[in-house]
Design a protein around this ligand. Structure first.
Ligand SMILES: [Zn+2]
Length: 96
């Protein structure tokens, strides 16, 4: 079994730049919001489950608001399969 890291997004917040619209709100050719890349949401929380070590401490990785995850302190020679959420941007909270 190869070692796997499964990424879960645990927190989002509405993009303050476009107020969740994902664009600049103009009726004629709205421009994609650069801050959230058109998603309307920013990632604020990430959890990574390691098949060997369990849930990783937050010091073992870094992430940005686009949901890109950067692993720290991992041996590059080791074969690790990283499992990303299928489409985290489709997950909607109960309020919507
Ligand atoms: Zn935005």
């Amino acid at each position: 079994m190869p070692r796997t890291l499964t990424i879960h997004f645990t927190g989002f917040r509405e993009c303050p730049n476009c107020e969740g619209r994902g664009d600049d709100g103009t009726s004629w050719r709205p421009l994609e919001c650069r801050r959230c890349k058109g998603r309307g949401k920013l990632v604020t929380g990430v959890e990574i489950e390691d098949s060997e070590r369990g849930v990783l401490p937050s010091s073992a990785y870094d992430f940005n608001t686009f949901g890109e995850v950067f692993l720290l302190d991992f041996d590059e020679d080791e074969e690790i399969e990283v499992i990303h959420p299928e489409n985290p941007w489709d997950q909607r909270g109960p309020s919507s």
